[in-house]
Design a protein around this ligand. Sequence first.
Ligand SMILES: Cc1cc2nc3c(=O)[nH]c(=O)nc-3n(C[C@H](O)[C@H](O)[C@H](O)COP(=O)(O)O)c2cc1C
Length: 366
Amino acid sequence: MHTPKLFEPLSVGSLELANRIVIAPMCQYSAVDGCMTDWHLMHLGQLAASGAALLTIEATAVVPEGRISHADVGLWDDATEAAMGRTLQAIRQWSDMPIAIQLAHAGRKASTEVPWCGGAQIAPGDPNGWQTVAPSAKAYLPDERPPEAMDRSAMIAVRDAFAESASRSARLGIDAIQIHAAHGYLLHQFLSPLSNQRDDEYGGSLENRMRFPLEIMDAVRDAFPADRPVSVRVSGTDWVDGGWDLEQTIAFSRALEARGCAAIHVSSGGLDPAQSIPVGPSYQVPLARGVKQAVSIPVIAVGLITDYEQAEAIVGTGDADLVALARGILYDPRWPWHAAAHLGASVSVPNQYLRSQPRTFPKLFK
Ligand SMILES: Cc1cc2nc3c(=O)[nH]c(=O)nc-3n(C[C@H](O)[C@H](O)[C@H](O)COP(=O)(O)O)c2cc1C
């Protein structure tokens, strides 16, 4: 029987993925002092039974002030490591889905309220707020308190924190790391000329703006076992004239590949409120295609990929090697089962659910 491309296995570095569907990182704003809670067990637990190839843990802050909000997950000390370890141990008892973690620092977009309470910036004096940092003292929104421009020692501390979180991830048995360099957070702030106005060797030319994110790549790669992949999530464009764009993303992706990056995950936007995004099905796929044509490591497309045929077409035509789902898999946590049924493939399911095998798809479950 012909296997649809969406259900063909793929290796990312030495990590073997059962199919081409990955679960994108999704902040849950449900942690306490950086520690995962029972919500994370429920949330990640149900997604670990979805039949996708890889589960990515939400943006996980490498230092407390790198959290988007006070309720973000972190991995910066023994307490945060233990909380994540407890969640992972419970999930692993019942699921063999590989697990990746997105390591992040929010930079000037940190210290905000959780989205369902409005998401506004919180001032440093408030118990849930702190002073933000960034490449330059330029706020995201004009009425926000500006971040402090990072000096070299602040940058070294953040680089070392990424490495430390990578070591903790390795100790937790996490299968892959995704470095968050997208969506206007700290590393993207270094990359984009709209947020990086430094006049040292970390600002100005493209080479200079890429320098700090590449140092993070090197530090994480060194700290994580060589047989486990490190990938990077990028914004393929700021969607603002004069900002970060596809051409620079391609140069960055090539530099990452040369440093041992195992995959590039291509999202977009988030850096500048002036962005004008042509939102629609597959709207970021052209950016993934552009990167895919320039590198030889796997490329992941994301953004309003909701339909089974649409996903099959993206990997089938070679626009990307994998698709990532976020909102679509929250809406339908069995999306990979339904895609398999629709396309005539099969997925792994927990033994406990085998009896849900529909009679019309005799080979849906492996
Ligand atoms: C609830 C929620 C939380 C998110 N959190 C993160 C995150 O932690 N890190 C990240 O890079 N993107 C995050 N995103 C963006 C998604 O990973 C994804 O790129 C975006 O939603 C577009 O994909 P979709 O159309 O399949 O939802 C989040 C999106 C949602 C809906």
